[in-house]
Structures are given as C-alpha cells and as structure tokens.
Design a protein around this ligand. Structure first.
Ligand code: IPE
Ligand code: IPE
Ligand code: MG
Length: 233
C-alpha cells in the first residue's frame, strides 16, 4: 500500500505569468489564483490530506508595487471572509503562520475572527502563510532559546534541533511530507526551510491558476511511489 502525505504545502506561483499570457492585468491572475486556492483546499479535503499549507504572501512580497500589494491584501480579505466561512462549513480549521499581526488592523480582526470561528473544526487544517518568511521564523525561535539561556534556564549544550522545531509556528502540525511549487521555478523562496528537511519536493510547470484537483491527486499518487529513506538504507 502506498503512503499518503499528511501534510502538503504549496508555493502558489505563476499568477502574474498566467495573466500576462492572456494580455490581462496581473490582478486578474491573482483573482483566478484565489479561486484555485479555494478549489485546491476542497480537493485536499476530499483526497484526505490532513494539513494543507499555502504560501499566500511572503515577507519579500512587500517589494512589489503598492498597487499590487494592496490588491493582494484586498483579495485576502475576501478569501478570509467568504471562502474560509464556506470551508468552515465542511469542517476545515484555519491556521495562519507568518507575521500576520503586522498587517492592516481590519485584516487582523478578520483573521482573528476566522481563527476563532474555525478553531473547533476537525476535518482538516488549512494553513495560510501570510507575511511569512522562514528565516524570520527560525530566527524568532532561536532568539527565544537565547533568552532562556540568558535567564539561566537552559544550557547551550542542551539545545537540540527539537528545541528549535518546537519554537516554530508549525510545531503543532504533522511533519511536512510533500512540498509543491507551481510555475516552473525551482527554489524555496524562504518557505518552510527547516520543515522541508525531509519533505519530498515536486516542481511542476503548471501556472497556479491552472492547477487543480487532478494535478493534486497526481501529486499525491506520485508521493506514494517515492521511497523516503531519511538517511538510512
Ligand atoms: C504568486 O504569483 C502569487 C504571489 C506571490 C502572491 P506571482 O505573482 O509571483 O506570479 P508570477 O511569478 O509573477 O508569474
Ligand atoms: C513565492 O513566490 C511567494 C508566494 C508564492 C507567496 P514569489 O513569486 O514571490 O517568489 P520569487 O520572487 O519568484 O522567488
Ligand atoms: Mg512569482
């Protein structure tokens, strides 16, 4: 019997190129991308994925033109308000990782509400990485350990990889099994660097707005055929 991944993460890339190919503004690609995110979240639920983590906005994405950043924030608002409510009716719990508390106050309130509303759901977990950067996440974990050392509560020699992992925002989630990136780019772009240590990777050419249930199902099948050795034989 082939194994299925419990935790799948996706770097949703290629919205801009999808729009460009159609001579549309980049925002049209992002709009379609949000639709895809919703469909893929339902597909993951149907296919038995326990945790789906979606990279929605990186700490580096602030470098984009103001107009695109505010457009993306607007779409996020709609996603949290409308789509998360619908997903919640199917038992999906929302979790948000990244420095989302630094976003606009109205968006922060919407996220807090959505987190509260979905907290008791148990069918699956949808994790949205929002204003997320893996290096910042690891740095924060290490800083907390340094504070414990400074306070005399922890010996430097006693620090293990597990201490660092426990300080990450993903500490309560199953280990990352499968990491997918769309649009043909083959890099992690500061996403789940620590968590990906033994994740299987899948890079597909499909632009995110064209991704769908069939491709997710194929990715899960492909995962089942891989042999994970974790350094052993
Ligand atoms: C991914 O699509 C969405 C976000 C980063 C928010 P892009 O906007 O990066 O699309 P490309 O890479 O320009 O095609
Ligand atoms: C990664 O995509 C971030 C998200 C998908 C949210 P980018 O398009 O921002 O990554 P780079 O700039 O190509 O590395
Ligand atoms: Mg991109």
């Amino acid at each position: 019997m082939s194994a299925s991944p419990r935790h799948v993460a996706i770097i949703m890339d290629g919205n801009g190129r999808w729009a460009k190919k159609r001579f549309l503004p980049r925002m049209a690609g992002h709009k379609k991308g949000v639709e895809t995110a919703k469909q893929v979240a339902y597909a993951a639920l149907d296919l038995g994925v326990e945790v789906l983590t979606l990279y929605a906005f990186s700490t580096e994405n602030w470098a984009r033109p103001d107009e695109e950043v505010s457009g993306l924030m607007g779409l996020l608002k709609i996603f949290i308000q409308r789509d998360v409510r619908e997903l919640s009716e199917r038992g999906v719990r929302l979790k948000v990782i990244g420095n989302w508390r630094a976003l606009a106050p109205d968006l922060v309130v919407l996220i807090e509400d959505a987190l509260t509303q979905t907290a008791g759901n148990t069918a699956s977990t949808l994790v949205i990485a929002l204003n997320y950067g893996s290096q910042a996440e690891i740095t924060a974990s290490v800083r907390r350990l340094a504070e414990q050392v400074k306070a005399g509560a922890l010996e430097p020699d006693a620090i293990t990889a597990d201490h660092i992992a426990q300080g990450l925002e993903t500490a309560d989630l199953p280990p990352l099994d499968l990491l997918i990136r769309t649009s043909g780019e083959v890099r992690l772009s500061n996403f789940l660097l620590w968590q990906a240590a033994y994740a299987e990777m899948l890079f597909v050419e499909t632009l995110w707005p064209d991704f769908g249930k069939a491709e997710l199902a194929a990715a899960l099948d492909g995962f089942g055929e891989r042999e994970r050795r974790y350094g052993g034989l």
